[in-house]
Ligand binder design. Sequence first.
Ligand code: GLU
Length: 311
Amino acid sequence: MVAAPPVFRFAPSPNGLLHLGHAASALMNADLAAASGGRLLLRLEDIDPVRCTPELEAMLLEDVAWLGVPFETPVRRQSEHFDDYRAALDVLVAEGLAYPAFMTRGEIRRHAAAFEAREGRPWPLDPDGAPLYPALDRSRGGRERKLKIASGAPFAWRLDMTAALRRLGRPLAFLETGGGEAIEIAAEPALWGDVVLARRETPTSYHLSVVVDDALQGITHVVRGRDLLASTSVHRVLQALLALPVPVYRHHDLVLGPDGRKLSKSRGDVALRTLREAGLSPADIRRMVGLTAPEPATPSASGPTGASIER
Ligand code: GLU
C-alpha cells in the first residue's frame, strides 16, 4: 500500500496585510511539503465579517503568489463553511459541554476587578492575557437559560472546560517538532478556562473552526508561529471531544520587529508589499526570515527593516 502524502496548510486571516511572520509560515510550509513530497493547502480564516474584506483577501493572494508559494486550489474560505462549524458546535451543545454565556467583555473585566478588590489576589488570566470567564453562567439551569435567550439577551457559546476535561478523563498531549526532535508536549487546556466556541456576530471561533478544518482537509502537519503554541492545548481538547484526528505540530520561531516585539498587522509592521515595493525579491524575504534559499541565492537588496528571528 502506498502511504498517503503529508498534507500541510498555510492558514492566514485576510484582516490586514501579510507581514514577514506570515511569509515565514508560508515558506516553511512550502519547503516542508516539497521536501516530503507532501501537499500544501491554503485556507483563508475569514470568520470575522468586519475585519476581513475582499480587498485584503485579494492582496493576500497576490502576496502569496509573489512569494512563490505553490498551494493547491480551490482555496478553503471559512466564511463559506459556517454549517460545518455549527454541526461541531451542535455536538458539544447536545453533549452538555457548551453553554450560553451572557457576560460581555466589559462585564467580565468588572467582575474580575471586583474579585481582586474583594479578595486581594489577582483574577486568573488565560495565556493570551484575557481574564478567564467567571463561573456564573455555567451553573444556570435550563429554564433560566431559555428565559434569558427568549428575552433577547445576546450570548456566546462557551466550552464548559471543567465538564469537558472530566468527560475526557485522561491527560492530552501533542507531538511538537519545532525544536528539531519530535517531543510530546502535555496539553494544559485548563489554563484557558471556558473558551468561546461561537459568537452571535461570528457563528464560530478560531479554535472551533481551525480544528474542524484541519480534520476536514486531512491536515497531517500544522506548521505555524510559536504564538499559537498555547492554543494547541484547546485544539487538543476539541479534537478529543469531537473524535477528530490529531496532526503533528511545529511551532516556529517568530519574526521580531526592530524593537524586538512580535510583528502585528495592527501595527502595520513590515508588510510584504511594502518590502516588495522597496525592491526586495522573494529570495530576500526568505533570508530575512532565516530560511536558506532552495535555489541559488540572488544578490540581496538592503531592506527598510531590521527584523530578526527570535531564537
Ligand atoms: N489564522 C491564524 C492567523 O492568521 C493562523 C491559524 C493557524 O495557523 O492555526 O494567525
